[in-house]
Design a protein around this ligand. Structure first.
Ligand SMILES: Nc1nc2c(ncn2[C@@H]2O[C@H](COP(=O)(O)OP(=O)(O)OP(=O)(O)O)[C@@H](O)[C@H]2O)c(=O)[nH]1
Length: 319
């Protein structure tokens, strides 16, 4: 299932090479309350002809290999925090799109995405845009201790390395406003507008840009390799993490994990935990102070505390 708009689901057959035959479907009653999300593999019955006006029914949802979730808020004691949404099913890569300048990289956002990716067992890929405006050194330095794969893009650069990383996979693209995600999606899938146009036909007119849309990447040259899919997420501006336990938050910070091994089992790793071994770990230079600060910001945000961070970007990086 590649797109959803007001109760109408757009589906393509896995064996439809170009993914041009968009079958419109609705949920069958037997699905009960189970939600169908973009990326789901579904079984259809009824009119699967993809002809204008044809309507099929989704009768079954295939077992999901991964589930990328988010909440509107970080704090699970608020209604927004309890409202958990599955963003995409069956993705195997999360492409975190961040500009190197204008707007400056927000490592806090990237860290959040990393937590969501590791929690969902999806491999992250950092995609640094606007490489014509600034170099990647500061961001890469911040992530130096992580084995984080990354690519850089600039206007007119060939996207071969990125395409290589996207080939054969289902990749979700996330990024905050202005980082150049739409520009990139349009470069990767030059007829994305047409694809989204086809989507809007499902819901009689307007395309609601809040939900995710899966787009099949075009084959390049004579290669027979599956170029993969990207899932654009136009409406996602935040990645609330209320569904991730405080313990699992640490998975987004593999560079800190070793520093917690000697901690008391009940240590919360916050500033208030006086005996927290992470403090010494950082002082000994075994991890970057900024990484610990970022982890603690997420911990406090999850606990419903106000974000204490200074709004000033430091060293060109913004938390
Ligand atoms: N210098 C430079 N500008 C870029 C690059 N990519 C995109 N831009 C510009 O950055 C601005 C934002 O790009 P968009 O593609 O609209 O960004 P977006 O992430 O989709 O943001 P929203 O439209 O708010 O969702 C536009 O003016 C683009 O022309 C780049 O690699 N280098």
């Amino acid at each position: 299932m590649i797109t959803v708009d007001r109760g109408r689901y757009g589906c393509v057959r896995e064996d439809d090479g170009d993914g041009t035959e968009l079958i419109t479907a609705m949920r069958a009653r037997e699905l009960g309350r189970k939600s169908v999300v973009v990326g789901d593999r579904v079984a259809l019955v009824g009119d699967v002809s993809a002809a204008p006006g044809a309507l099929a029914r989704i009768v079954r949802i295939g077992e999901r290999t991964s589930v990328l979730r988010r909440t509107a808020d970080d704090d699970d004691t608020t209604p927004e925090g309890r409202l958990e949404r599955v963003v995409v099913a069956n993705a195997d890569q999360l492409v975190i799109v961040s500009a190197l300048a204008d707007p400056p990289p927000r490592t806090g956002f990237i860290d959040r995405c990393l937590v969501a990716a590791y929690d969902a067992d999806i491999e992250p890929l950092l995609c640094l845009t606007k490489a014509d405006l600034a170099g990647p050194e500061q961001v890469l330095d911040y992530y130096a201790e992580l084995d984080l794969r990354h690519v850089q893009v600039r206007p007119g650069s060939d996207l071969a390395e990125l395409r290589e990383r996207l080939a054969g996979r289902i990749s979700v693209m996330v990024g905050h406003s202005g980082v150049g995600k739409s520009t990139l999606v349009n470069r990767l899938v030059p007829d994305a507008l047409r694809a989204v146009g086809a989507v809007s036909a499902i819901g009689k007119g307007r395309h609601t840009s809040t939900s995710a849309v899966a787009l099949r990447l075009p084959s390049i040259g004579k290669s027979r390799k599956d170029p993969g899919w990207i899932v654009d997420t136009p409406g996602i501006r935040s990645f609330g993490l209320a569904h991730v336990s405080a313990e699992s938050l640490l998975h987004g910070f593999p560079d800190l994990v070793e520093g917690t091994l000697e901690d008391q089992p009940n240590c919360g790793h916050t500033v208030a935990d006086n005996d927290c071994k992470l403090e010494a770990w950082v002082e000994e230079g075994r991890a970057d102070r900024r990484r610990l600060d970022s982890y603690r910001r997420l911990l406090s945000s999850r606990a419903g505390e106000l974000d204490p961070r200074d709004q000033q970007p430091d060293n060109g990086l913004s938390a």
